[in-house]
Design a protein around this ligand. Sequence first.
Ligand code: PLP
Length: 417
Amino acid sequence: MITDAIDPLQDSIMSLAYGRDHLAIPGPSVIPERVLRAMHRPAPNIYAGDLVDITETIFQDLGSLARCSGDTVIYIGNGHAAWEASLSNTLSRGDKLLGLATGRFGLGWAQAAEAMGAEVQMLDFGAGKPVDPGQVEAALRADTEHRIKVVTTVQTDTGTSVTNDIPAIRAAIDAAQHPALFMVDCIASFACEPFDMDAWGVDVMLAASQKGLMTPPGLAFLFINDKAHEVSQSANLKTPYWDWHSRITASVFPMKFGGTPPTHHLFGLREALNILQEEGIENTWQRHRSLASCVWAAVDAWASGSHISFNVSDPAHRSPAVTTIKTADGEASALREWCETEAGLTLGVGLDLVPADGGTHNLFRIGHMGHLNPPMLLGTLATTDVGLKALGIAHGSGALESACRVLANLPAATDLQ
Ligand SMILES: *Cc1c(COP(=O)(O)O)cnc(C)c1O
């Protein structure tokens, strides 16, 4: 006879969270065991030897991942540091910047510029739509004196999960025959979705270690072409730490980092780049596409007859790296709470889509970037499905069936009827 103490039914109402936790937030992303192991080593010599040798290969491999024939610079810092580095090297106090925003991060970068002394003109496309290249062209044509020195935009805005068409924005700048530098934040999208710096005519690209690059937060990257170098000559917001020129030309190894190098991050990043090279970047992009489609199929199913919906309605402008999902007020926060405490799954919090609207209880995000495969992603979707059921949140059925059909390359179940 089963006693209360070992009643398996009794156990099932307790937390199920004992096991390997899963982080499904849009950065930091899951760190592969190989990267963690590569970092577990004693502190190295920072003037010669292994660290110096592998760092040379890191600069080369990052440049080829970005398809950048110019220079690559590494800063100890997060994405916000990359913003400041890009602005410091290209602007002088009072220079004008045209900021294109499709969410919190496009706005944040422009706000940093303003705080640093630039004059900012904003084109805000709202919280669920991409940059409209036509409006960019019009704004640049109106700037007949060419006072705008820099145009900033984000490839994927991680708050809204809107993805922008970077070549189309470049074409708009060219159509206006405007000389402004084109700077793109790829912090959420680098190594998740296609990017081709040289071919797309991007002058400065920003990335960071903790998203598609699967390495702990702490490294910020700038990719720079000749035009950006030229502009930087006269930029008076430059300070010794951010100055990219002194890093690129440093003759003593640590000065490539403005001081002590981020030793263990570099060991980890080397291993992450090895993983990406083994997969092949086109395959990495394709894997992100497939896994994102799998998430979208599940959300489509949940959305049927419920308050659940995509923040970005047009699939062409959804990110392959992160998906922002809307619910009725309070449902998203309850769902996140349940998944984390009852099941060991951490979903992404909602970020204010409109600054300070306080409406984050009706949003959650699924990060699907970096080190991710079907068991991890289907586990996330299935656990979310359990949470919806356990909490009695209305949702359409068949999310897992739909998600699995996507990965099996089968037509959607509804197409068969
Ligand atoms: C994550 C992110 C940032 C900010 O990065 P932090 O490391 O949090 O400073 C900036 N832009 C985009 C697009 C991001 O995804």
